[in-house]
Write a new protein. Structure first.
Length: 153
């Protein structure tokens, strides 16, 4: 009898803990498009919330890194409109989780969709206009635009 009671209580507490996990809020995305250091961040924190652009370089002095950051920061408003967050990783010795997952060689710019999939990898800097075109062709972005139009009517 005691075993049955313990089993019922254990089941109850396990179910309560599981329900609490379901109702807990997802981690809040970073405010604004960034840039933010990627060292202690996890790409899963952005799943279905933001589109990360990760800019890798072996050093902050890399001319391609400097140009890429200038191009991105010049049009942060366009990136924010597309739910983009810019992450940077310029320390290969830190071996961040993001660096280990995406495995860059030297400079690389990576666009990740809200679904967590890699949508674009570029070994050279890209302008925000080019990145925006890629994002605007994504089915999820097109749905966001349709939803926005419907809510404006």
């Amino acid at each position: 009898m005691k075993t049955a009671i313990y089993t019922v209580f254990a089941s109850f507490f396990a179910a309560a803990a599981w329900a609490a996990d379901l109702t807990s809020e997802a981690p809040a995305p970073l405010d604004g498009p960034g840039p933010y250091e990627a060292i202690e961040l996890d790409l899963n924190d952005f799943l279905w919330l933001k589109r990360p652009i990760v800019v890798f370089a072996d050093t902050k002095a890399d001319p391609r890194y400097i140009l890429q950051m200038e191009l991105l920061t010049a049009r942060l408003d366009a990136l924010e409109d597309r739910d983009v967050v810019v992450l940077t990783d310029t320390d290969p010795t830190a071996k961040s989780d993001i660096r280990q997952k995406l495995r860059p060689r030297g400079f690389m710019m990576v666009l990740i969709g809200k679904d967590g999939g890699v949508k674009l990898r570029k070994p050279a800097p890209w302008d925000v206009r080019e990145v925006s075109r890629v994002i605007d062709k994504m089915p999820m972005r097109q749905q966001e635009l349709r939803d926005r139009r419907l809510s404006d009517d």
